[in-house]
Write a protein that binds this ligand. Sequence first.
Ligand SMILES: Nc1nc2c(ncn2[C@@H]2O[C@H](COP(=O)(O)OP(=O)(O)OP(=O)(O)O)[C@@H](O)[C@H]2O)c(=O)[nH]1
Ligand SMILES: [Mg+2]
Length: 509
Amino acid sequence: MISTSRPPSVNSAGPDVDPFSLLLRPPVNETEHERIARLQREADAKRVSDSIDEQLKADRERMRKSKQDIRLLLLGQAESGKSTLQKQFQLLYNPSALEAERISWRTVVYFNIARPIRRILEALDTYGDSDDDDDDLAIQSPYGRQDIRSASGMPVPSSSADFAAEEKSLSPSQVSLEKQLNVIRARLAPLLTAESSLADRLSGGIDVSGSGRGSVFVRSGWQSRSLALPFGKARERTSSGGRFSFSGRASLDNQHGNEMELKSRTADAQEDKLVRDVASILSACQQDIKDLWALPAVKKLRDRRRLKLEEWAEYFLNNIERVSASGYIPTIEDVLHARIQTMGVAEHIFDMSVHGRTTRWHLYDVGGARGQRHTWIPYFDDATAIIFLAPVSAFDQYLDEDPRTNRIDDSLQLFKQICSNALLKRAHLVLFLSLLSSITSYGDRANDYDTVVAYFKAHFTQVHRRNNENNRVLFTHLTSVVNTKAMQSIITDVRDSIFRNYLKSAALV
Ligand SMILES: Nc1nc2c(ncn2[C@@H]2O[C@H](COP(=O)(O)OP(=O)(O)OP(=O)(O)O)[C@@H](O)[C@H]2O)c(=O)[nH]1
Ligand SMILES: [Mg+2]
């Protein structure tokens, strides 16, 4: 007879016994020591399990809440005022954060002085005090006559000495200008040397190719690298409200944060020295900068548009005395004017209370240069609203990254793509026609402000109408983004209209 021995079955205890409690039952001959160890193990396992449950619950809650967050994208070409608008939001809803980072903007302000000084000296080298009235070429090219000469194979004088040789003889006024310039150039040489160190400091040494003439891009959170206090001590920035994340949505995790902290500590010592050095160079050369800026030859170059300086460059050169004073700390006005190109997408978070209801707003400030636009796409599908910024006063300017493309043409093209993008079709749409500088006349035509603005407004409105399958309303504002007083009431209006639309679409879901 064959007998089979079956392994003990959990069912062998009878049908009424719960098989799991059988499995968990302590061994029959368990010692006291083993019992304590087992209970400890069970308590540990329960703690781990409870904490996973808690985490899952918190994640679910965060997901639920974050679905209710408002996501606002600031879009537009480079130098259209997106980062300036973001600063205005910060000024209104989180002023202490902007206040805390004022000092870190010194590096940008100093860079915003050194760069235009280089350009002025280069323009003087190229054109000298030439009385040549051949202005047409200069107007058509954003780089002035130098490009046209190179393109046509004409020799381009590389220095004023070459110019002197080319012109054969110099008038007495030209000789005296040359002498004065040589002195100024020699005295400003340290500032020009510091320019590239400032650029490296800001960009973290990242060179973005194909981005135009010596552009300097910064990633979000550059301010947190270090904050050199006026007393010479460095302190980490605590981003109380304006959180930072990097492009591609990866947030700054702890490990990355520690690494950054370490790097920034090392950088602090150098930055302090760099900023201190530039501050003393500026205070020593203040009069030279003033003299250079006041030269009739410089005014002539600007009038003839062979030298085109951006508004922020003029702003800082006009304020050179204050900015180069010892102990200088940028004012909020300075921070609003300071210019540095955004790289990727910077996220800023504000908790806003609108009509008694608090919502979390995520503001996405994107890099607008052509090479940066691909980073916008991941932010499209859950965008609540878009503010598109179009600088209408840039109608006679060309893209830095592509000198053949007119800035208004580029803006209209981009606006068309945004209006017709399927991912954005439910997003509330706001258009800011911003006025970066006073409107200049084009050629012989006198352009009065109202005509030019009305003309471009009509163009943008038409682009919207032709690409508006959803019958979405377009809210338009005409403004200068650096004008804090005007901006505060516009931002409140925009905020309310975004919020109304948000409530409406939430009710429809
Ligand atoms: N007068 C005036 N200046 C402005 C206005 N908007 C921006 N600016 C100035 O123009 C410069 C560039 O503005 P940003 O806000 O840095 O431009 P952006 O759109 O963020 O540019 P990217 O980051 O390169 O895409 C800043 O120095 C501002 O001071 C405006 O509406 N009026
Ligand atoms: Mg920007």
